[in-house]
Design a protein around this ligand. Structure first.
Ligand code: BTN
Length: 215
């Protein structure tokens, strides 16, 4: 659809798993922790998918699964490395190109992903932002990137569902931008040892389940 408030609001747990909502523009796009997610019309991948993880899987891990899928799509598109910033961002050269959001609803998860593709100027944000275009000047069509993302996400999700996050840990850890850095999260400061196979972030001063990391 050309425009909506937020693709997160278009999905309902009564729909089948893998129901997808996408749009060219959100008028009230949502980020994590009550923040806004702002896009210029036609400039971004804006997508939500409905997932129904089995009991025994921790849905909070899905932003890392999504982050891995986005990182792979961005790497293919740009031919350069992408990093995962625990728990939900994808960066290139230290600048955020994508964020993910997992909303729990009646045992289902609405997983939302925004990827900055064609913006030439990004709004000022806490973490410096970028689009694929700001790296190589290319304007891209959104649908092929969306297709690649959905196919990649599905294959990564299937591994996670069947074998758990530990089966994806090597690929996630290889892109962990926080490892070795001094970070602050949830009042704890320390050197990040890295993302653990259970999805938590290990610092030399303890382990954190969730939160907003500054580094
Ligand atoms: C974040 O980095 O804080 C998460 C951003 C998530 C943005 C996506 S865009 C598609 C979906 N719809 C929304 O309103 N938010 C997510």
């Amino acid at each position: 659809m050309p425009e909506c408030e937020s693709t997160q609001a278009l999905l309902d747990p009564a729909m089948p798993e893998w129901a997808v909502a996408t749009t060219d523009h959100q008028t009230a796009g949502r980020g994590r922790l009550g923040r806004r997610w702002v896009d210029a019309p036609g400039s971004s991948v804006l997508v939500s998918v409905l997932l129904k993880p089995p009991a025994g899987r921790n849905p909070a891990e899905l932003t890392l699964v999504a982050g891995l899928a986005v990182a792979e799509v961005v790497e293919r598109a740009l031919s350069r490395a992408a990093q995962i910033k625990w728990p939900n961002d994808v960066l290139v050269d230290g600048r955020k190109v994508s964020g993910g959001l997992a909303d729990l609803r009646d045992g289902a998860v609405v997983l939302g992903i925004g990827v900055n593709v064609n913006q030439s100027v990004l709004p000022e944000t806490r973490l410096p932002a970028a689009s694929l275009r700001t790296f190589d000047g290319r304007v891209r069509k959104i649908p092929p990137l969306l297709d690649d993302l959905l196919i990649t996400l599905r294959s990564r999700y299937d591994v996670w569902r069947d074998r758990g996050l530990a089966a994806l840990h090597g690929e996630i850890a290889a892109r962990d931008v926080l490892r070795g850095r001094r970070v602050t999260v949830g009042g704890k400061t320390g050197i990040a040892v890295g993302i653990r196979p259970d999805g938590r972030l290990e610092l030399d001063s303890g382990v954190v389940d969730s939160g907003e990391v500054t580094f």
